[in-house]
Structures are given as C-alpha cells and as structure tokens.
Design a protein. Structure first.
Ligand SMILES: NC(=O)c1ccc[n+]([C@@H]2O[C@H](COP(=O)([O-])OP(=O)(O)OC[C@H]3O[C@@H](n4cnc5c(N)ncnc54)[C@H](O)[C@@H]3O)[C@@H](O)[C@H]2O)c1
Length: 314
C-alpha cells in the first residue's frame, strides 16, 4: 500500500492497512512531518493496544510502515495508492498525474478527499479508469465507514477491487452511485448541522443542549441502527405507517426552512422495499428486541468505561 501525504489522515490510513497485515509506504515531502511520523504511528497504536483493539504487538504492526522521501519509491509496486494531501484541487491533480505515471498498470488510486470529485481531479489523465474517491471518517482506524465514489470514467472492476481491499482492511466500504458534493457522509452531517445552527440562531436551544440531544439521544440510537431503520422499528406498521403519520409534520419542518422535498408514495415505497429485505415485517418484534439488546450492550460498555475513567466513582 502506498500513502501520499503523511498528515492526520495519511497516518491513520497507514495504521488501518498495517494493522491488517499490509506493508505500507508513506510519502511525505515535509521533513519535519516525516521526522514525527513513526512516533505518531507508535503512539496511536499504543492507545489502540491499551484498549484491546489490536490483534498483534505494536512493534509488529509499526514495523510494516515505512516512510519514503520520494513519491516514485513509495508508489512503485503498490497494489493501491491512497492520496491524503491537502484539499486543494490543483495539488491533487498534480499528485494523481505523477502517481499514474509511476504506478503499475493494475494499481488502483483513491483520493481521501472530503469534497472534491474524482472526475475533477483525474479528468483527462491516462489511466484514470483506476481512480476514485475513498473518503474515510476520521480517524478511519476507529470509524470504519469509507465512501467509495467513482467518476463516470472509473472502471467497475477497479471499484470492486477497492471495495474488497477496504473490507480486507477491516473497513466498511459503502458505494456511492454517483458524484455529489459532500458525498453521503457530509450531506447527512450537513443537514443536521444546518438545522442545529438554525435552532441556536432562533434561541430554541443552546449548542450544549443540542450536542446532548445527539450524544445522549440520536447518536446512541444511530450507533446501532440508521435513520431509516429507526423509523421502521419505532412505528408499528413500519416505515410506511411512519411516513403516513409523521410525513406531514416533517414536511412542515422542511417548509419552515424553505425546503420542499416531499416523501412521495413512490419514494417511501422504494425505501420500504429495501428495509423489508433487512427487517421482514413478520419479525418486527424480534428486530425491536435486537435493537434494544444492542443498545444495552452499548450502555454496559459506556458504564464500564465511565467506571474506568473515574476510577470506580462515577
Ligand atoms: N482530517 C479529516 O477529518 C479528514 C477526514 C476525511 C478526509 N480528509 C481528507 O484527507 C485529505 C488530507 O487531510 P488531512 O487532514 O490529513 O490534512 P493534513 O494537512 O493533516 O495532511 C496533509 C499532508 O500532505 C502533505 N503534503 C503536502 N503537499 C504534498 C505533496 N505535494 N505530496 C505529498 N504530500 C503532501 C503535507 O505535508 C501534510 O503532511 C484531505 O483531502 C481531506 O479533505 C480529512
């Protein structure tokens, strides 16, 4: 594996891949950053180890991470290159051009970009059919989802290959069907953050109160089931009944913010059919219980960790 750019995300990807047994080469042009890289990898691995999250010793894993002083050296022979340079389109374009010139013909190349589409970064470059975005949450060694976002020119086999590689590395790859600003992660996050700002502006609640509603409420539930599954399992009759009963109220809240995106019957049906394959209606009670059990496990872990950090005195 080759990582280009050894900043926050580059170091985190190095840990993800090395932890899964890959040899990793990190190219970082800044000598000061290069000098700190090995220590940073070691410190984060130490913390993972202390929390029981490593299957091997820290030195076994950190030994797999090499720091490279030139790009060619890092990239040649790599099965996959993960670009982690600052979010500047011209810089990313230059890096992709250089990487594609040096990398093997079968090497896949992904950008960690949070917002820039690969069709902007790799347009017109020779070999761009192996390029895509692989956008992680931060830090990827603890937040496993990674959005795989191809351009129209990306080959489906390259997408399949990166999806497999990410699964093999302990990540949860999610394919995004087409490019859109913010992809899925940041669009969802953005919707919540926009509303949160409005609520503060309108004096409805303080930032502290809003953070609490998420950490002690929505976030807890979302750690075990997503928003669609929540609607399905919170309402007898599932998401169809939920949309019928609560759809008008949510439409009014959207209209309050100048948004007009009604949950049409066709759209609700499309979501309901997807949910039906995961949560068959005949086993609704069982899934509700399963959700509760997972929340109980979460609560037990949370209490244990509170006990640990407060030395048994919560
Ligand atoms: N930080 C986050 O929360 C986060 C989350 C997901 C995705 N991302 C994305 O990951 C990418 C990297 O973000 P970051 O937070 O790690 O930034 P960062 O500033 O911490 O790291 C960027 C690194 O790239 C290096 N660099 C600069 N020019 C370079 C070049 N020409 N060749 C190789 N390396 C070069 C810098 O020296 C630096 O070490 C960005 O596209 C960002 O949007 C960041």
């Amino acid at each position: 594996m080759a990582i280009v750019g050894g900043g926050s995300i580059g170091v985190a990807w190095a840990i993800v891949f090395a932890r899964s047994g890959f040899a990793v080469s990190v190219f970082e042009p800044d000598p000061a950053r290069r000098a700190r890289l090995a220590d940073e990898v070691g410190q984060r691995l130490d913390a993972l180890r202390e929390n029981g999250l490593l299957a091997e010793g820290v030195s076994d894993i950190s030994r797999r991470v090499a720091v490279a002083t030139d790009l060619d050296h890092a990239v040649s022979g790599a099965v996959h290159v993960q670009e982690c340079v600052p979010e500047v389109i011209d810089l990313k374009r230059e890096i992709f051009s250089d990487v594609l010139r040096v990398a093997d013909a079968a090497t896949t190349v992904a950008s960690s970009s949070s917002a820039i589409a690969i069709s902007e970064v790799a347009a017109g470059l020779q070999g761009n059919n192996r390029c895509m975005v692989a956008h992680p949450g931060n830090p990827p060694y603890l937040v496993p989802v990674v959005e795989i976002v191809p351009a129209p020119f990306t080959a489906p086999e390259a997408v399949d290959s990166v999806m497999s590689l990410m699964s093999e590395s302990g990540m949860v790859p999610v394919r995004v069907n087409r490019e859109i600003e913010g992809f899925v992660f940041n669009r969802l996050q953005g919707a919540l953050l926009r509303e949160a700002y409005c609520l503060v502006r309108d004096g409805v609640a303080t930032p502290t109160a809003i953070d609490l509603v998420v950490t002690a409420g929505l976030g807890r539930r979302w750690s075990v089931i997503g928003p669609f599954a929540t609607a399905e399992l919170n309402t007898r009759g599932g998401i169809r009944a939920h949309a019928e009963r609560l759809g008008p109220a949510y439409a009014r809240m959207g209209a309050d913010r100048g948004q007009d995106d009604p949950w049409t019957p066709d759209l609700v049906e499309q979501v309901a059919e997807d949910l039906e394959s995961r949560y068959p209606a005949s086993r609704w009670e069982e899934h509700v219980m399963q959700r509760d059990l997972e929340l109980m496990r979460f609560e037990v872990d949370r209490r244990r960790s509170t006990d640990r950090t407060t030395d048994g005195h919560p």
